[in-house]
Design a protein around this ligand. Structure first.
Ligand SMILES: [Zn+2]
Length: 95
């Protein structure tokens, strides 16, 4: 069951809700009753996984790259990228 993130347009209150895909999106803020907007953040990963099925050759290099890109995208970009770069440099050194 996906987690949806909402943000209230009136008071700015942000909250997450576990909902089934078929459930109707929430429309009221639990804090003030204002109109809420569903954010894309957690939904983006879900959409990406869906598109993964489109690639039939899942063992291809393209899939591995996509998987790596997904991991990088799901973590803090600048900090993680720096760490990954250093790690790669260490691994490339011949023993
Ligand atoms: Zn509110």
């Amino acid at each position: 069951m996906p987690t949806y993130e909402y943000r209230c347009e009136r008071c700015g209150h942000r909250f997450e809700a576990f909902q089934s895909i078929t459930a109707e999106p929430l429309s009221e803020c639990p804090e003030c009753g204002g109109k809420v907007q569903r954010l894309i953040s957690s939904g983006a990963g879900f959409i990406f996984k869906g598109s993964g099925f489109y690639t039939t050759d899942y063992r291809s290099e393209g899939y591995k790259k996509a998987e790596k890109a997904e991991k990088e995208a799901s973590t803090d970009k600048s900090e993680k990228k720096e760490k990954t770069k250093k790690k790669t440099e260490t691994q490339s050194k011949p023993k």
